[in-house]
Design a protein around this ligand. Structure first.
Ligand code: NAD
Length: 267
């Protein structure tokens, strides 16, 4: 996976999966544009890449605002002249709450960031890639885009929508040299999964984590670097025949339907 001379743009780059993937792109030779609404975080993430000898630019942007999206695309073009890889990744989990009690404003935020944010990224990055006649996009969905997890219905709906966008749009641009895929991580060891553990059982979040892990055949959450590996593969020329697809990285959980596995079986 050689990204020398290539330019990668990553949203949600200040933390978690986006930050690790930005660093991985840089380690593999890419110039990286890190985008996030968390200004201090995204500056620090880009600074860490530069400190390691990489080339990186950070842009503070809210992915739900088209002016901000235009400005991160413009900044990438002004500094590096092209966009070869786009990791359309920023997202929020919303709240763990039954839909009968779900806050309407929060519903709008979840859909706004997870769906409209992904749409705006496609809307403004695709013209650049179509003009180049090349490019690879990876949208962050989730296993919540494949199955329905009760308690986080707006998040589930948003991630199903990301898969829908990926499937439909991949067919619009494939003949023009642009590939679009989605990744479906299961639980990954970041702030997001720990926030859900805390919401489900504020008194004992670790017990929620233990239960989750008991339903993952590998017996653990994925690491951010394991998600980054999949993103880099799909963004690379090794994946030249892959478009419109969704790739699960979940330690086997979806395959076994969340059934209890491993040592937990004997309890
Ligand atoms: P995270 O909270 O650590 O990182 C998300 C980043 O997105 C943060 O830096 C945040 O500031 C940024 N962000 C949020 N809203 C934004 C906005 N409007 N504009 C710009 N930036 C914004 O979470 P993470 O686990 O790294 O999540 C990254 C993606 O992976 C999300 O789309 C999430 O839904 C998805 N995902 C995570 C898991 C998991 O278990 N952690 C599982 C499946 C999918």
């Amino acid at each position: 996976m050689d990204f020398k001379g290539k330019v990668a743009v990553v949203t949600g780059a200040a933390n978690g999966i986006g930050r690790a993937t930005s660093a991985a792109f840089a380690r593999h030779g890419a110039k990286v544009v890190l985008v996030d609404r968390d200004e201090a975080g995204v500056r620090a993430a880009a600074g860490a890449i530069v400190q390691q000898g990489g080339d990186a630019l950070h842009v503070r942007a809210d992915v739900t605002r088209s002016a901000d999206v235009k400005s991160y695309v413009g900044a990438a073009l002004a500094k590096y002249g092209r966009i070869d890889a786009f990791f359309n990744n920023a997202g929020i989990e919303g709240k763990f709450s039954p839909i009968a009690e779900y806050d309407e404003d929060l519903f709008d935020q979840v859909i706004g960031i997870n769906v409209k944010g992904v749409f705006l990224g496609l809307r403004h990055v695709l013209p650049v890639m179509l003009k180049q006649g090349s490019g690879a996009i990876v949208n962050t969905a989730s296993v919540a885009g494949l199955v329905g997890t009760p308690g986080i219905a707006p998040y589930v709906a948003s991630k199903h929508a990301v898969i829908g966008l990926t499937k439909a749009v991949s067919g619009e641009v494939a003949r023009q040299g642009v590939r679009i895929n989605a990744i479906c991580p299961g639980p990954v060891d970041t702030r997001m999964i720990h926030s859900l553990e805390e919401q489900i059982n504020p008194g004992d979040p670790d017990s929620v984590g233990a239960r989750y892990k008991g339903s993952i055949p590998l017996g653990r959450y994925a690491t951010v670097d394991e998600i980054a590996n999949m993103v880099l593969f799909l963004s690379s020329d090794l994946a030249s025949a892959i478009t419109g697809a969704q790739y699960v990285v979940d330690g086997g959980r979806t395959a076994t339907g969340g059934a209890v596995t491993g040592a937990a079986l004997k309890r």
